[in-house]
Ligand binder design. Structure first.
Ligand code: BEZ
Length: 402
């Protein structure tokens, strides 16, 4: 971050801490002072995630992953316990600012972990840019969050939307596809993944011949599938996730398109849904920053621990939540648990090397992961890694003044 941005941020958050500290006993006092006064100095963590609606499972996996990182550290980050405050954001952008304000103002959250939906993330960004609250975004890919809206207190442990589809251009060109149709929900995530794909594909000489949209979270795909059958592109690229992705995969097969027009996507299309879709996803290829079968020491240990704790297989969302915990832990360890040492906390988080189940990653200047993008293929119930489609892919961070 530039000195100018950093100075401004530290000034505003110091003022905020001084103001709030007067009215909220203990929670916002420096740890040493709080401890001297016998105040139980738990760090106040706001979880803003979808616990209802089409992205419910994604929110649950993120929380599970975060709690696993905490459990692995004996229930404390840098010697401090956490107190959780939860808000169900319902993946509803118009309610996002109000929900984020509940955590910041009512619950006095010192850090927000959330969310899944890009539109909701834009509401959180507005609130934390005003309040100076530390925010770790464990999924929502809205490009602007680490683009034009980047700020010292905003971090992401997942991806930018652009990142998740950019490598597909090279992959599909290598397979000889010259034309493609992109189909998705009409909101920031789908639109930005479309742009990431288009830039990558057209740079390779391919042509995106049609963009097809339906409103989020609708799943009436039939008319659009008929349109695809009429266009007859070489390939189709899709972004859907959660329950919507499962329905799309089944409908694509039922419409007779599977096996006729190869289907690709950002990996959300097939992550966390394979148990629900029978063989409808078999052979579908996607790009993402996580895959099954990485077979590294870190990933194997993570998977074992996750299954033991939750009796569920982890997915990309669980990894991103886990890494949100790892990033916060790295920052807090550097400042010995003192949340009020914002400059030290941010500096340590910015330079953290995260030993993730996905592979090691670092943060760009705009606080977005620089990470390998895997090509994966669905084989049975797994998104099997095929190869690294793009080594250390960084988001262009358009508009970020960091
Ligand atoms: C998003 O809205 O940014 C998003 C939601 C689900 C999966 C991936 C991205």
């Amino acid at each position: 971050m530039s000195d100018y941005n950093r100075r401004d941020f530290l000034k505003s958050s110091a003022a905020l801490a001084a103001f709030s500290g007067a009215s909220v006993a203990g929670a916002l006092l420096p740890v040493s002072l709080a401890q001297a006064q016998g105040v139980a100095a738990k760090i106040r963590v706001g979880l803003m995630l979808p616990y209802t609606g089409t992205y419910t499972q994604l929110g649950v996996a993120i929380e599970n992953g975060f709690r696993l990182a905490l459990a692995e550290r004996g229930g404390k980050f840098a010697g401090r316990e956490l107190e959780f405050f939860k808000v169900d954001d319902e993946s509803d952008p118009p309610k996002a600012a109000e929900n984020a304000n509940k955590l910041v103002q009512r619950d006095k959250a010192e850090v927000i972990i959330g969310t899944v939906h890009s539109g909701v993330a834009m509401g959180i960004a507005k609130v934390v840019r005003e309040s100076g609250t530390l925010w770790i975004n464990p999924n929502a890919g809205a490009d602007d969050v680490t683009g034009a809206l980047c700020a010292p207190n905003i971090f992401r442990t997942s991806f930018s939307n652009w990142q998740t589809t950019h490598a597909l251009g090279k992959v599909m060109k290598a397979k000889g596809h010259k034309t493609a149709v992109f189909i998705t929900w009409k909101y920031a995530a789908g639109e930005q993944m479309m742009v990431g794909f288009k830039e990558g594909f057209e740079k390779e000489g391919g042509k995106l011949v049609k963009e097809l949209y339906l409103p989020f979270p609708q799943v009436e795909f039939q008319a659009l599938l008929t349109e695809i059958a009429n266009i007859k592109p070489d390939a189709v690229v899709a972004f859907f996730a959660g329950g919507g992705a499962a329905k799309f995969l089944k409908d694509y097969q039922a419409a007779g398109l599977k096996g006729k027009i190869p289907l690709y996507g950002s990996g959300f299309l097939t992550d966390g849904v394979l148990d629900a879709v029978g063989d409808a996803a078999e052979g579908v290829e996607t790009t993402l920053h996580y895959a099954d079968g990485l077979n590294t020491k870190k990933d194997n240990a993570f998977r074992l621990a996750y299954v033991k704790a939750y009796k569920l297989q982890p997915d990309v969302y669980a990894v991103q939540g886990y890494d949100a915990g790892q990033l916060l832990a790295a920052g807090l360890e550097a400042v010995k648990g003192d949340m009020n040492n914002k400059a030290g906390l941010i500096k340590a988080m910015e330079s953290a090397k995260i030993d993730s189940p996905r592979g090691q990653w670092t943060l760009s200047k705009s606080h977005n992961p620089v990470q390998d993008m895997y090509l994966r293929r669905v084989v049975g119930k797994e998104n099997k890694v095929v190869n690294v489609a793009w080594k250390a892919l960084a988001d262009p961070a358009r508009g970020c003044k960091a």
